[in-house]
Design a protein around this ligand. Structure first.
Ligand SMILES: Cc1ncc(C[n+]2csc(CCOP(=O)(O)OP(=O)(O)O)c2C)c(N)n1
Length: 602
């Protein structure tokens, strides 16, 4: 198996394999990915489901001249291995290693940097239009999952693609799953297509095309002709896509290499946009992952420690309170497991809305629910809420509505890397009027904040990382007031946001340590009291310095006439290319050593 992985270091190597060697190679890829990912952690189930698809694409298309765009990019492990990164695969998602997603800067075969969902069709159309303008002739293939297909950007791009009528291939990889079971009317429509088997006059064209594929043609023809559905099932006139001007092929067994190669070969001759609907199984080849694909969507490395997660606090709180208060409703954008809404959804299915990968819609839906008299909680990862900025500003905050954003995975996120860092929320939320922003330091404090949110009727954001170290007592929440954790006779005041900053500052003796739990509004009374000659103020946050907490403290103090000395610790103005939370925090001086270093500068 190792040998067969070593044999292929580029798509050219792959093209030299015959049919049975390719099948063997698919098995080898599967075993190699399973073996490696249990040590590195990563997106196992999605990548296992896309093995034949990836092999067929690289067999038929000519990368890097042809462009393959992997939506989200979490399914692209086989692509990485085929395109010369097998020897670095053990360093997946590790510093000095390779990214878990395609990166423009990592390989000439990665046609775009991916990570956030539903971008592949827009980028693909961009590539296609650029090709046309430059009189070039390469192919563009966008591979998108049925989950990512639920995202608004995908719909917007389809609208444009249908009108543009330029040549591009969309492969819709339908496994009925997003991270959890896929939702929505489009997903239901795809299910109907899966069941329908209509015949198309295109049969003959394909059949003829197949026989011309070297090393392969005979097998494909046999494979297709053997089954009753055979070629007939490969294509049909599909109303919705066809009427949008996009030729539809499918549904096709996405684990049947012969079928895939034949259809990809065929569509290379098409002049306009085509959509190939393939059916795959998430986790294919690993019985454990196959039986619970949600759990194996993304896995931790073997031996990873169990953590105290904020999401479990949210889950317990919402489930208990919703029992008493019927106005409480919750929203997730396809992330119910990660954000802690699964149990709530099970107990209150009519009050839990999984909207698909549609953060923008989720925010404005929350606005509608609030104006309609309910109390919505939108649980979302910091990085994905970036999608909903305008909706937060224009729909929730301008109308001053009682929506609570519970923002998970804030701060440095580690292994998912640069595309998923949650270090911008304090900056992009901090500029929005009417929005109150809180950060808890542990589970007890999150529970207090959530309890407080029940009485608060205006826009509210509570941001936290995945986990916290330990619980302890905390003071009650009073609007706009910070919590004093340590007092001393010294003139040093450390204002720390969230558990990570507080944990780093806690061991430092002889300082004032403040839990700056309200990031917006600031505790201006406290700031006024410490803004004196000779005092030194150090702010710490696991957020970008630009537009963050430290900057708003400084802006406030300047407006009052700055007398104290101020320094700020946070992430500098560069993208955070780091796969370890600990290392990210250390490199930004969000550590005891880092704080001591800054204190020496006063
Ligand atoms: C904007 C955005 N929201 C949420 C996510 C988290 N996410 C990553 S993969 C995924 C599900 C994708 O499902 P699908 O496209 O069907 O691919 P599959 O894993 O099933 O192959 C989600 C919700 C994301 N990457 N981007």
């Amino acid at each position: 198996m190792e040998n067969c992985i070593e044999q292929v270091n580029s798509p050219e190597d792959l093209k030299k394999l015959n049919y049975s060697e390719l099948l063997e190679y698919c098995d080898g890829l599967r075993a190699f990915i399973m073996e490696t990912v249990q040590h590195t952690g990563g997106h196992l189930a999605s990548s296992l489901g896309a093995i034949e698809l990836t092999v067929a694409l690289h067999y038929v298309f000519d990368c890097p001249t042809d462009k393959i765009l992997w939506d989200v990019g979490h399914q692209a492990y086989a692509h990485k291995i085929i395109t010369g990164r097998a020897d670095r695969f053990a360093e997946l998602r590790a510093n000095g290693g390779i990214s878990g997603f395609p990166r423009l800067t990592e390989s000439k075969y990665d046609a775009f940097t991916m990570g956030h969902s539903s971008t592949s069709l827009s980028v693909g159309l961009g590539y296609a239009r650029a090709r046309d303008c430059r009189n070039e002739n390469h192919e563009v293939v966008s591979v998108i999952g049925d989950g990512a297909f639920s995202g608004g950007m995908a719909f917007e791009a389809l609208n444009d693609i249908g009108a543009a009528q330029t040549k591009m291939v969309i492969v819709l990889n339908d496994n009925k799953m997003s991270i959890s079971k896929n939702v929505g009317a489009m997903s239901q429509y795809l299910s109907k297509l899966r069941l329908s088997k209509r015949y198309s006059h295109l049969k003959y064209t394909v059949k003829k095309g197949l026989m011309g594929i070297p090393l392969f043609g005979h097998h494909i023809y046999k494979a297709l002709d053997k089954t009753k559905d055979g070629l007939k099932s490969l294509m049909q006139n599909n109303k919705m896509f066809e009427q949008m001007g996009i030729k539809y092929f499918g549904p096709i067994d996405g684990h049947n290499l012969a079928n895939l190669v034949s259809v990809f070969k065929h569509v290379k001759g098409e002049k306009g946009p085509v959509l190939i609907h393939i059916i795959t199984e998430k986790g294919k080849g690993d019985p454990v992952a196959q039986s619970d694909p949600s759990k194996f969507h993304g896995i931790q490395p073997l031996g990873a420690e169990r953590e105290n997660t904020f999401s479990s606090v949210l889950s317990r709180f919402l489930c208990a309170e919703a029992e008493k208060d019927e106005s409480i409703v919750a929203i997730t954008a396809a992330m119910s497991d990660g954000t802690g809404l699964t149990e709530f959804g099970r107990l209150f299915p009519k009050r839990c809305y999984d909207v698909g990968i549609a953060e923008q819609h989720a925010v404005t839906l929350a606005a509608g629910l609030a104006v309609g008299g309910l109390k919505p909680y939108f649980a979302v990862y910091s990085t994905f809420l970036q999608r909903g900025f305008d909706q937060i500003l224009h729909d929730v905050c301008l109308n001053n509505l009682g929506v609570t954003f519970v923002i998970d995975r804030a701060g440095a996120v580690g292994a998912d890397g640069v595309t998923h860092q949650g270090i911008y929320d304090l900056s992009y939320l901090g500029i929005i009027p009417n929005l109150t922003i809180l950060a808890p330091r542990n589970g007890v404090e999150l529970e207090r904040m959530l309890r407080w949110s029940l009485t608060y009727r205006y826009p509210l954001a509570i941001r936290y990382p995945k986990s916290y170290t330990q619980d302890g007592e905390c003071a009650d929440i009073t609007y706009g007031k910070w919590e004093i954790l340590k007092q001393s006779k010294s003139k040093i005041f450390i204002l720390a946001v969230g558990g990570r900053a507080i944990d780093a500052a806690m061991p430092i003796a002889d300082v004032h340590l403040v839990n700056a739990r309200f990031i917006k509004p600031l505790d201006t009374e406290y700031l006024d009291s410490i803004n004196r000659e000779g005092n030194c103020i150090l702010t710490i946050e696991d957020n970008a310095l630009a537009g963050g907490f430290g900057q708003s403290v400084l802006t406030y103090l300047h407006s009052k006439g700055l007398r104290a000395q101020v320094q700020a610790i946070g992430f500098p103005d560069v993208f955070l290319e780091d796969y370890s939370i600990e290392h990210s925090l250390e490199s930004a001086d969000i550590s005891t050593q880092g704080i001591l270093k800054h204190l020496k500068n006063f």
